[in-house]
Structures are given as structure tokens and as C-alpha cells.
Design a protein around this ligand. Sequence first.
Ligand SMILES: Cc1ncc(COP(=O)(O)O)c(C=O)c1O
Length: 395
Amino acid sequence: MDDDMRFSTGCVHGPEPFREINTRDVIPPIHMASTYFFDNAQQGGKLFLGEEDGYIYTRLGNPTIKLLENRIAYLERGESAIAFSSGMAAISAVLLYLLKPGEKLIYSEPLYGGTFALFKLLEERFDMRFIGIKAENFLEELKEKMDSEDPKAVYIETPANPTLDIFDIEEISKICKNKGIPLVVDNTFATPYHQRPLEKGTDIVLHSLTKYLTGHSDAIGGIVITRKDMAEPLREHYLTHLGGCLSPFNAWLTLRGVKTLHVRMARHSENAMKLAEFLKDHPKVEEVFYPGLPDCEGHEIAKKQMENGFSGMLSFIIRGGKEAGIKFLNSLKICTLAVSLGAVETLVEHPASMTHSTYSDEELLKAGINPGLIRVSVGLEDIDDIIEDFKRAFR
Ligand SMILES: Cc1ncc(COP(=O)(O)O)c(C=O)c1O
């Protein structure tokens, strides 16, 4: 690891500084070509393909997308990365790669509402089975279900959307290795700045690029980072043939976003900690969920597996139920009521009716998502202005 760049240098240059020999651009151009010419015999080339890994067609590969894939693989300390058109395209590709009809997957409960909806679709249409386990007793139940359910993979989100539950990556990965099945981690909430699951024994890491990695609420994308032996079939069949490729323009925007990832995450995390501390002592707040708070359920595990802080996501339950929640959300002036997360502006939302509306009332209850929960993606504003905005809305 001696030759490795430090994380911040990796965000700007990893795995090697960009060099455009012909034009000397300091930043990479956007390669918008959908197709690439083949050398033909008259030009002294071969009739068919030129170099072994020359580009053919952008769905199969593109120089701008490649730069992004290499940078994220480097930051996650993975061998290979494959970019997709959205986080959901990345998740669908991984699930179809891992599971055949009739096979089972165990997941950490709750998950992002879109992922949960996809599980239900795959159960209905392809006879796959998805078994959720909550944080309270995850390791014991997982060990038990490894024998009784014979799953083909385990899939976790940590910190979880929207409850911020924490799952022990290292321990889960040991249990998966014992059984010889892959562990998938959705690392969207933490980003590699705070957490690198591959270093803890995970086989596949994935992200919604739409969030912190792009960081400015202006592009949708997804990415999977894994070993070469898994990356090859994933790229060849589940990217190329399913077709959910990233646009070169969005790859370029994400590359630009990643250059400031370390600076943004440090501030997101600092701001979130301050807001969590403010909420913890507020009389109108019943409970706050932020892994950085010492009395938060998952704090000890989070401390073990996250570094440089605990990211910028938190949630809380307001006293007075849903009605008080709606009143609060409608009274904010600086914070924006919107789904999505991980951008420079503070976004607030009500999971039960927005990001997690794919859960029925019974499913919300089972997954531990309180109907009065409010989720906050803490932005990069001056946190005192955000706290003032919250105080005003509580009043
Ligand atoms: C944790 C998590 N994973 C995956 C996704 C899906 O990503 P996308 O919206 O880019 O498809 C989201 C979206 O909110 C998310 O929060």
C-alpha cells in the first residue's frame, strides 16, 4: 500500500493523474461518441477490431465512463468497477447476476424503498425469495437462517435508509465466507470516505452515484465495485445485455463531484453531528437516529467500521405524530422538502409517504420505520442557519 495516494489525493487523481497527451487538458474531456470506427485494411489496420481493448460502442465501454469506474474502484479499494444508469440499475444487475428463480437472499431490514419494491417484483415475477432481518438480533438470526433457508447471497445497507441502523460488516462477512456466499453492501450513505466494505471482507459494493458521489443533485447514476472474476460477467451480461449504461455526461459530472468528495463529506458529517446534538435535547423530538451519537444503538459498531465521522444522514421522530410532522416540514424555509440525499443543500422528507411509500403500513411496522419518522440529508450550509430554520419550524 506504500505507493497508494492518500484518500483526498485519490479523489482528485486516483488511480493516476489524468494526462491528455495531444491537447494537454488538465481535466478530462467528455467523450460523447456512441460509436467508434474500426481500423480498416486501407488504413493499414486490421479489418475488424484494432487494439484489444479499443472502444466499440458506448454501451460496452467509453473513455469518460472508464475514468470514473477506475476512480471509484480506486477509492473503494476494489479491483474493478462497472457504472450503470442509476443506483437501481446497478442493484437490479447485481440481483439478477446472483440469483436464479427459486433462490433466496437475506437482507438487512429496512432498505431504501426502491430496493424493497424491486425485491417484491422479483418475488412476484421470478420466484426469487427475499428474507429480511432487523438490526436488533441480526448476527444470531443470520447464522440460524444460513442453515434453515440456504440463501445464495446476503445484502445489507449500513447505515440503513431511513432508520440509520448499523450492521456489522466484518462479522456478517465472516458468516457469509463460512457459507461460501457473497455479501453485497450498499455503501451509498457512507461513501468510501467513511467506510470501505471491501477491506472488511465484502464481495460486492454498490452505490447510487446520484447521491454523495456526484454530490450536487444534478445527475443520476449507479456503480458496482467488485473482484475481477465477478466484474467480468456483470459487465458482459448484466450491463451490456440488460443495457442500463451510464451517460458519458453524467460520468463526467460524477468525476467532477468526486474530486471534492473528501471536503464535502467532512463538512456533511460535522454539520450532521451538530444537528443531531441539537435535536437530541429538543423537547419536541422523541428520538434521534444518528450513528455518531454515543447513545445511538449502532454507535459502537459504527465507530469500528466508519472513519472520519458518520456521514450526513440522520432521522428523528417528532412528538405529536404525523400531523406535527407535516406542520414541521411545511414550516421550513431554508431546508427543501424533497426525496434524494447527499447534495450540498439540506433536504428533508417523510419516508413513510415519500422514499418508502413502496412499503405498506404493515411492512413499515415490520421493518421498524416509524410512520412519524423524518429523514434529513444535512447539507453544506452554515449549520447555525439550518438549526435556526429547525427552531422556527418547531415553533
Ligand atoms: C441507499 C440507496 N440505494 C440505492 C438507491 C437508488 O439509487 P438511484 O435513485 O440512483 O436509482 C437509493 C435512492 O435513493 C438509496 O437511497
